[in-house]
Design a protein around this ligand. Structure first.
Ligand code: C2E
Ligand code: CA
Ligand code: CA
Ligand code: CA
Length: 279
């Protein structure tokens, strides 16, 4: 068995080398990207479920690589988190989202994703308040999206950090709800303003009785806890019919997904405002 293991190690070595080389290249490129500011924010509309009027946009980062073109976040955020570059990247995203949103119609909100890594050390409150101050954006228009990974850490420190953020007047949303382990206890413990139901549940509402029931139950739960709800990843009118008909509660519910719009560059925001109307 030993020699076999050694054999397979030898077999995979060139591939490992190639992978490590690719990673090293990506790392150098990413450092350069931070220094030169090669990032861009795309914006995806969120709409009111019933009126389909625009409520705001979620900012989603892209890397405008000089040779490879636009790179989606899934291909560089994990490395950026690993090597600490997510801190300057995340601060840039906050500043950029706030300064762009200031020019939008004044009722529109902007949502910014925060990495769990931004909750290490003293947390993101300082970066958030600096972005608000330098842009002049009304804090009530900023919503910060966090995933369950943030709550998995030291919960006391996390709670303090979330309370610091809330004291700035911004909203907090729990992203990708339903994909983790103990989402329900987090809803009780942390001060969320909104829950974003993960795309995996929306995907087969109407097709699967189970998914429909789960989405309905989550919407009702959020309503009774005084939290807003967003259905993520809406791709079809059939899904909208389910959301409008069977799932609607009196809670504020928003929808987001390719059915309405893919994420678009900031210069498309005025056109999106005309298309969907503003509150
Ligand atoms: P997320 O926060 O869950 O964002 C939603 C993702 O789903 C986006 O992918 C969006 O383009 C995609 N999406 C939206 N509607 C639909 C739909 O109808 N169908 C399908 N199939 N997909 C849809 P994207 O832009 O590639 O972002 C992926 C993830 O990268 C985000 O997931 C978020 O976790 C992370 N991310 C994006 N921007 C930032 C950022 O500025 N900072 C941090 N830390 N993470 C970010
Ligand atoms: Ca998000
Ligand atoms: Ca999400
Ligand atoms: Ca996600």
């Amino acid at each position: 068995a030993k020699s076999q293991e050694r054999g397979s190690w030898c077999f995979f070595e060139p591939e490992m080398d190639a992978r490590m080389q690719a990673r090293r290249t990506l790392e150098l490129d990413l450092r350069r990207a931070v220094a030169l500011g090669e990032f861009e924010l795309f914006y995806q509309p969120t709409l009111d479920l019933q009126t389909r009027v625009l409520q705001g946009f979620e900012a989603l980062i892209r890397w405008n690589h000089p040779e490879r073109g636009l790179i989606p976040p899934g291909e560089f955020i994990p490395l950026a988190e690993e090597i600490g570059l997510i801190i300057p990247i995340g601060e840039w995203a906050l500043r950029r989202a706030c300064s762009e949103a200031v020019a939008w119609p004044s009722k529109l909100k902007v949502a910014v994703n925060l990495s769990p890594v931004q909750f290490a050390g003293r947390g993101p409150a300082r970066a958030v308040s600096e972005a608000l101050e330098s842009s002049g954006l009304d804090p009530a228009r900023l919503e910060l999206e966090i995933t369950e990974t943030v709550m998995l850490r030291d919960t006391e420190a996390t709670l303090t950090m979330l309370q610091e953020l809330k004291a700035l007047g911004v909203g907090i949303a729990m992203d990708d709800f339903g994909t983790g382990y103990s989402s329900l206890s987090y809803l009780r413990r942390f001060p969320f303003d909104r829950v974003k139901i993960d795309r995996s549940f929306i995907k087969d509402i109407g097709l699967s009785h189970e998914s429909t029931s789960i989405v309905r139950a989550v919407a009702q739960l959020c309503e009774s806890l005084g939290m807003a709800v967003t259905a993520e990843g809406v791709e079809s009118e059939q899904q909208m019919m389910q959301l409008e008909g069977g799932i609607r509660t009196s809670s504020v519910m928003e929808v987001q997904g390719y059915l309405f719009s893919r994420p678009q560059p900031g210069r498309e925001v005025p056109q999106l405002c005309r298309t969907f109307g503003t509150p």
